[in-house]
Design a protein around this ligand. Structure first.
Ligand code: ADP
Ligand code: ADP
Length: 225
């Protein structure tokens, strides 16, 4: 079964104005369960636009966004927000962890917001932190962690509520090359172990080549390879 289906997505900014720009010109994309897809795009090609639409943060002008069989492209905001919380995990270039909370609490809080009990949330946080090798850092605040460690905590937070799909925008783009490789391996292990499907934007072709499929966004369309 397919986790995400994007159908004939069109997106234009500044329509009717001199600076009108059509970013997506009929984008189609299917992500089957368990598949990890790399998204490679030159700067300005519309990568963020595509990720925001897939992540239910923005709407296409036309086309469909089908998440686990449900077309959410024109659903009410409340429904889209609920789907975002329950089904999607986000990772960005910068960790966006809450500075005043520990690594554990950063992973616990989204679960509490989702109705999970504190005990269960803490157990899950401990399990996730163990998987990324950060058990000894569980009580540290983000500022006491290295860049690579911060990003590993961000991965755990993204997975806290057991999403079906991970959307990642340059998840290791903020790290030096050696750290980036290590942290990327941790992310891929985590994704594989949890059977997660993912769409991961990266400029790093070596990292992209380790994924199941590489798609290039250019000229408003997606092409293989
Ligand atoms: P990428 O992430 O690949 O760099 P974006 O999706 O951010 O690309 O942007 C694609 C194009 O659309 C760029 O030319 C950008 O300037 C333009 N763009 C993005 N967001 C907006 C917006 N809200 N209003 C107008 N133009 C936008
Ligand atoms: P909630 O009310 O559950 O916090 P939000 O819509 O604020 O829902 O955010 C859901 C997820 O989407 C969060 O991970 C948040 O960081 C991310 N997010 C929200 N708005 C944006 C945005 N404009 N660009 C990128 N990510 C966003």
């Amino acid at each position: 079964s397919d986790v995400l289906v994007l159908e004939k997505l069109e997106k234009c900014y500044n329509r009717g104005k001199p600076n009108e720009i059509t970013v997506l010109k009929g984008v189609n994309l299917t992500i089957p369960k368990g598949q990890v897809t790399a998204l490679v795009a030159p700067s300005g090609a519309g990568k963020s636009t595509l990720l925001h639409i897939a992540g239910l943060l923005d709407t296409p002008d036309s086309g469909r966004v089908v998440l686990e069989g449900e077309d959410l492209s024109r659903a009410r905001d409340a429904k889209r927000t609920a789907a975002r919380r329950e089904k999607l995990g986000f990772v960005y270039q910068f960790h966006h962890l809450l500075p005043e909370f520990s690594a554990t609490e950063n992973i616990v809080l989204p679960q509490l917001a989702n109705g999970v009990s504190r005990g269960d949330a803490q157990a899950r946080a401990a399990d996730l932190l163990g998987r990324v090798g950060l058990t000894s850092r569980a009580d540290h605040r983000p500022s006491a962690l290295s860049g690579g460690e911060q990003q590993r905590v961000a991965f755990c937070r993204a997975l806290a509520n057991g999403p079906s799909l991970l959307l990642a925008d340059e998840p290791t783009g903020n790290l030096d090359p050696a750290t980036s490789d290590t942290v990327f391996d941790v992310l891929m292990d985590l994704v594989r172990e949890t059977g997660l499907s993912a769409l991961i934007a990266t400029h790093n072709m070596a990292l992209a080549a380790e994924m199941d499929r590489v798609l290039r966004l250019d000229g408003g369309a997606l092409t293989e390879g």
